[in-house]
Design a protein around this ligand. Sequence first.
Ligand code: 5AD
Ligand code: SF4
Length: 432
Amino acid sequence: MNTADTELVMGILNNNGYDFAKDVQSADVVFLNTCSIRENAEQRIYGRLGNLKILKEKNPQMVVGILGCMAERLKKNLIEERKLVDIIVGPDEYRRLPELMDVVYGGGKGIGVKLSRTETYDDIIPYREEGLQAWISVMRGCDKFCTYCVVPFTRGRERSRSLESIVKEVEHLSAKGFREVTLLGQNVNSYDDNGNDFADLLAAVASVDTGIRVRYMTSHPQDFSDKLLYTIAAHENLCNYIHLPVQSGSNRILELMNRTYTVEHYLTIIEKAKKIIPGVSFSTDIISGFPTETLEDHLMTLELMEKVKYDGAFMFKYSPREGTKAYRMGDDVPEEVKSKRLQQIIELQHRHSLELNSELIGKTEKVLVEGFSKKSDKFFAARTDSNKIVVIPIQDGIVEGDYVEVRIDRVTSGTLFGEVTSVFDKYKSSAV
Ligand code: 5AD
Ligand code: SF4
């Protein structure tokens, strides 16, 4: 999401005559786009600010700005505490960046941290490098108020972009040769543009160009509809892959988290998805060590993982965020217990990834060739619907941006290895 926001900011600045420096040393203005989701994300930014301080001592004219959730959360404190920061702009005030830069050039400090109920940046074309894959924000903010999460406070109320503008953006990307788009929102399932829901949006986007594969994240289990599952099944270029954060396998913890679903409801969605979308795979987010989490709660999370068998997972230690409801519950799971539980979750996930990957041996997958593999330019790296990397030997007639079918020959928990069996031009779109 921050990559998409950075492209948006670059679009706004570029439209106002700014150009982009090759590196930080030669830049007149440096912006850090920040994340507040966990303490360590913020610590990394303080580390970066430490490096910028040294650069600014050498070049006092350099302007330093903080964008994103930390700007929203810490507001003026950032300027007061860190004298080196000149401009602070939260997620809903990027349109004012040129005006706030003028304030800085006039000798003042530029501060724009108001949240909006309507801003979607619908009319702004993000600045994107040429490429194959693009992010598209389809909505902003979040109304879910999970008790651990800072996002509703830093990104404000939920609002959706118009379906029409998103479709136009995809048409534009198609004309430029992009081959994959990922639709982004904190909770895409509550997308609503005058009665068009997320399934309608996905169907519209998938129909723009069947040579473009479509991904989306993040889904909230409470709002996941059957209509969405049928839509995914009906369009071959909608990935058969669902990122469905569960957070915990204990109903007691889910309630304390205000996730508004039970483990049973969650598993019903998984079962339905498996029936409606053949070959569907899942990934998730899990938090270990939420306040009051007992060993029993933790074991329930492991048990749930065994039941679903995720293809992948983002796994985190609970990080208390000031101002959230959970912050007031205390942070009573000791650090070493959190770490140990997280380690067990990670190990189990690795085991499941290897197991699921092994089941693919001998089968074929449709993949997008992304470029040379990290380790050797004799191999291409390609990506499956389920976001797995497949390493394939380079061969005549195949180039970056092709969709090809590969047979999987060998796997590890993180990577698949295979051979190309055929080349496609477009995904076929079956009738809805
Ligand atoms: N501590 C740990 N993980 C968190 N997440 C959100 N807030 C916190 C927090 N305070 C995780 C959730 C969410 C993902 C984006 O980040 O798992 O789904
Ligand atoms: Fe945060 Fe919950 Fe909203 Fe996700 S759904 S952004 S975890 S409040």
